[in-house]
Write a protein that binds this ligand. Structure first.
Ligand SMILES: Nc1ncnc2c1ncn2[C@@H]1O[C@H](COP(=O)(O)OP(=O)(O)O)[C@@H](O)[C@H]1O
Ligand SMILES: [Mg+2]
Length: 254
């Protein structure tokens, strides 16, 4: 079983979207997924409710996948440990912990029980400071652990990137088209340990609460008359999600 904690030092940084994206890819790969929402706003915890309440006109809304559970976090490390044990025993393949903003001790406990800590990072000047802080926080946490003790892998995931940033990161000469300070931020982020995939800015990802997990949403749209374009747009994001999952599997093999 793989356990991932998603951290950032401020809200609105793409943690929950990242959790939903990875869950979508894992479900699509036939895995059993459990999401644990450690954020006070419980946006992830309400994913199923927001999906159930969403009014889809056109395609028939698919059933919520049996392989996807959402739980609230236990209030102690011991509780989390036994929850992870029972998930493992129940055949869960992947647990994703979403966390609240800020550098809290309970988030550190989540991290220490995980195989991977993922830091979503928007490659924009205004958000570099918080990404930097999150990376330093994890360095400090690593330094506080006794030598020889297990520490999770830590990776940054570049998210919510516009086409210029994707060009800059992936195409020769693309960097020069970015304003200088965005270049600097992108280069700082890419100097951190990161997954080798960029999650684009996308309307579909902005509306994951509405669409629900991407695989069922793509299939439902593909079946609906006139739903082909939407199905294709969702499928493109599911492909990105698959690349993120492949990157994760490389870092923490199953
Ligand atoms: N790749 C993306 N494309 C478009 N919007 C995004 C993307 N990633 C995040 N967002 C948007 O950014 C906002 C904050 O993201 P969210 O995942 O809720 O952050 P957090 O959980 O850290 O508070 C949301 O409105 C979300 O839809
Ligand atoms: Mg959130």
């Amino acid at each position: 079983m793989q356990v991932i904690t998603i951290v950032q030092t401020k809200g609105g940084s793409g943690k929950t979207t990242t959790a939903m994206l990875i869950a979508s890819a894992a479900l699509d790969a036939g895995r059993r997924v459990t999401l644990i929402d450690g954020d006070v706003n419980a946006q992830l915890g309400r994913w199923r409710d927001s999906f159930d309440l969403a009014a889809w006109d056109g395609p028939k809304k698919p059933a919520w996948p049996d392989a996807l559970s959402i739980l609230s976090p236990p209030d102690s490390v011991q509780g989390l440990l036994s929850l992870l044990e029972s998930e493992e025993a129940a055949g869960t393949d992947l647990v994703i912990l979403d966390t609240r903003p800020g550098t809290h001790a309970d988030t550190e406990d989540f991290c220490l029980l995980s195989d991977l800590v993922l830091i979503p990072a928007r490659p924009v000047y205004a958000e570099w400071e918080m990404t930097h802080r999150a990376a330093l926080w994890m360095d400090d946490l690593r330094a506080s652990i006794a030598a020889g003790e297990r520490f999770p892998e830590v990776r940054v995931l570049v998210i919510d990137a516009g086409p210029k940033i994707i060009d800059a990161a992936t195409r020769d000469g693309g960097m020069s088209l970015l304003p200088k300070r965005d270049q600097d931020v992108l280069m700082e982020i890419l100097r951190l340990d990161h997954l080798d995939v960029i999650v684009p800015h996308s309307k579909i990802l902005e509306q994951l609460g509405f669409h629900g997990p991407l695989g069922p949403a793509a299939a439902a749209n593909a079946r609906a008359p006139g739903g082909r374009l939407m199905a294709e747009a969702i499928t493109r994001q599911l492909e990105v999600a698959g690349l993120v999952l492949a990157g994760i599997d490389e870092v923490i093999p199953r």
